[in-house]
Ligand binder design. Structure first.
Ligand code: ZN
Length: 390
């Protein structure tokens, strides 16, 4: 049990200075001046001068590794626990990408289970870029209903040269099956959609919203910030049809493609254009392959996208773009929790899971991270590492 004393709590709404008591993996009690009763093994964590935030949710991570687009040696490695918790992330949704052949659903589920055993919360999407989706049981709906960790489908690729070039009705069918699978299992039934550079942009999503009865909350298109055109189309989709948009954080901020929009900048653009702060999310695309550049800006090989970029962009939203902490946090906590239908995640409230991040109030540098009530990071040092991390 931990009693976090006197931190400024962002739930993500600003609740002011408060004490938060955790036990049994949950937030048990919140209030002013809670008694520091250490007789029951309660350990006090001083939150003075710090902000307390919900643990981050990363709804798009290649936990098994991804890439492979430059041949087999460019397949990226699996996710390590310390890369997750050091960036304040306590919940991840794993997915397959371009490669749905050598990366399998069986393997994805095993990796998700392993990360859960190591201390964080994990879910997965069924499928990969491919259409028809490569599932475990042979059906999207069956995967969602029968497999506990499967909360949706993804990342289904559209408007991309690497996609299966699905027709819009095929795409609508995937969203429909995912939605019904979600309804029948009490889960989100969310389709995570990989957006490429193609000029159709969000056309298929507009088709689903306009021509079917399916609400936009069953679809989350990602990589919306990959180009200025797609960012503008995403803003229009969110404003005119109530759509949700996801911005990718793992690009190297010092070597962005000239047309690419930094995620924190994209959030600012969306909010300034009048998009609701409930309709924008960030995800890292962690463990995907990324080009690396040398000091002269020349291509120097491939690197791996980092989950900790999620926190960096949340922080840059506040410190560089001047967005209030509540709005920046919503993109990585409350909003993904709502779309993924995870009522115990993404908020600081009594009864929620004790997934918490304590950071310096000025610099937002992470001090302490709790995942399901267990201290994973303390004084900036990772205490709990993955099974094979030294
Ligand atoms: Zn993608």
């Amino acid at each position: 049990m931990y009693l976090i004393k006197n931190a400024k709590v962002y739930a993500p709404e600003d609740l002011g200075d408060m004490d938060v008591l955790t036990g049994g993996g949950q937030i048990l009690k919140m209030g002013k001046d809670l008694p520091a009763e250490t007789a029951y093994g309660v350990e006090v964590i001083d939150g003075t001068g710090k902000v307390l935030m919900p643990g981050l949710i990363d709804a798009h991570v290649h936990i098994l590794g991804g890439g492979g687009e430059g041949g087999a040696r460019t397949r990226t490695p699996e996710l390590a626990l310390s890369d997750v918790v050091s960036g304040g992330v306590t919940t991840v949704v794993g997915c397959l990408g371009t490669d749905g052949c050598t990366r399998t659903m069986e393997n994805l589920l095993a990796k998700a289970k392993g990360l859960e055993e190591e201390g964080i919360t994990t879910y997965v999407y069924t499928g990969s870029y491919q259409v028809p989706a490569r599932t475990l049981t042979g059906s999207i709906m069956d995967d969602i209903i029968l497999l506990e960790k499967v909360v949706g489908t993804g990342e289904i690729a559209i408007s991309d040269h690497r996609s299966s070039q699905p027709k819009k009705k095929e795409f609508a069918r995937i969203v429909a099956d995912t939605r019904v699978g979600g309804i029948l299992s009490g889960k989100a039934g969310l389709v995570n959609i990989h957006m490429g550079d193609g000029e159709n942009r969000l056309k298929f999503l507009r088709y689903v919203v306009k021509k079917t009865e399916i609400p936009p909350s069953n679809m989350l298109p990602t990589h919306i910030n990959r180009s200025r055109e797609l960012m503008e189309d995403g803003i229009d989709y969110a404003k005119s049809l109530g759509g949700y948009i996801d911005l990718t954080t793992s690009s190297d901020p010092d070597h962005l493609d000239p047309d690419e929009v930094k995620a924190s900048r994209g959030l600012k653009m969306a909010l300034e254009a009048g998009v609701s702060s409930d309709h924008v999310t960030f995800s890292s695309d962690g463990q995907g392959s990324l080009p690396v550049f040398d000091a002269q800006g020349q291509f120097a090989g491939l690197g791996v996208g980092k989950v900790c970029s999620l926190y960096r962009e949340m922080r840059d939203s506040v410190l560089t773009e001047g967005i209030c902490l509540t709005h920046a946090l919503k993109a990585v906590t409350q909003n993904p929790a709502a779309l993924l239908k995870l009522p115990r995640k993404g908020r600081i409230l009594e009864g929620a899971d004790a997934d918490l991040v304590l950071a310096d109030a000025g610099t937002l540098v992470i001090d302490t991270v709790l995942a399901k009530g267990k201290v994973m990071v303390r004084h900036g040092q990772v205490l709990v590492k993955g099974t094979f991390e030294s």
